[in-house]
Design a protein around this ligand. Structure first.
Ligand SMILES: Nc1ncnc2c1ncn2[C@@H]1O[C@H](COP(=O)(O)OP(=O)(O)O)[C@@H](O)[C@H]1O
Ligand SMILES: [Mg+2]
Length: 169
């Protein structure tokens, strides 16, 4: 880690590959002598956690319109240096999750939403990225894992010479 630290966040709908890419990036960073700290995804901040809880468990959450939930989602992450938006067709993401055979018990309120909700969330993410192109980098998450990983590394190198100086992530 550089002295000031560098906050990278990952966003995107279920099954887009956040956990997979984060795991790989942490491994690579450690291998090159960095000391990455993983904060919980998504959010990782008190506000993000509150929103996460509200969306998943709070009974009041049921009264939120999809649009309101979308705004809350966008308010979740706080001030990362770069956010990778792993963009994928929600159906393709769910298909991945089905293949992974998620335990029934793990299903929460969010998984009961109609597909249209996730389409709206996807468009919300893309709109946020369009509004903040310097911070949010959109990747096509339907590509093979290694392809996505390579694009993440290229973007990190492009954005942060100090952070990754001399390294070959
Ligand atoms: N680029 C990819 N192509 C195909 N399958 C992938 C890809 N990235 C992740 N997966 C698989 O899809 C499933 C969901 O990935 P995961 O990283 O858990 O997504 P998320 O954390 O965003 O929900 C896992 O089984 C993972 O192995
Ligand atoms: Mg995950």
């Amino acid at each position: 880690m550089s002295q000031t630290g560098f906050f990278i966040s990952f966003e995107g709908s279920e099954g887009c590959g956040k956990s997979t890419q984060i795991r790989q990036l942490i491994e690579d960073l450690r291998r090159m002598g960095q000391e990455p700290v993983l904060v919980r995804e998504p959010g990782g901040t008190p506000i993000g956690e509150h929103i996460r809880h509200l969306l998943q468990h709070a009974p009041e959450g049921d009264t939120l319109t999809p649009e309101a939930e979308l705004l809350l989602f966008a308010a979740g992450p706080r001030l990362p240096d770069v956010t990778f938006l792993l963009d994928i067709d929600p159906e393709a993401g769910f298909e991945r999750l089905r293949r992974r055979a998620q335990p029934e018990a793990k299903r929460d309120r969010m998984e009961e939403e109609p597909l249209a909700f996730y389409e709206a969330v996807r468009q919300g993410y893309l709109a946020a990225a369009a509004a903040e192109p310097d911070r949010i980098h959109v990747l096509d998450a339907s590509q093979p894992e290694s392809e996505v990983a390579g694009q993440i590394r290229a973007e990190l190198q492009r954005r942060s010479h100090v952070f990754l100086q001399g390294s070959r992530v």
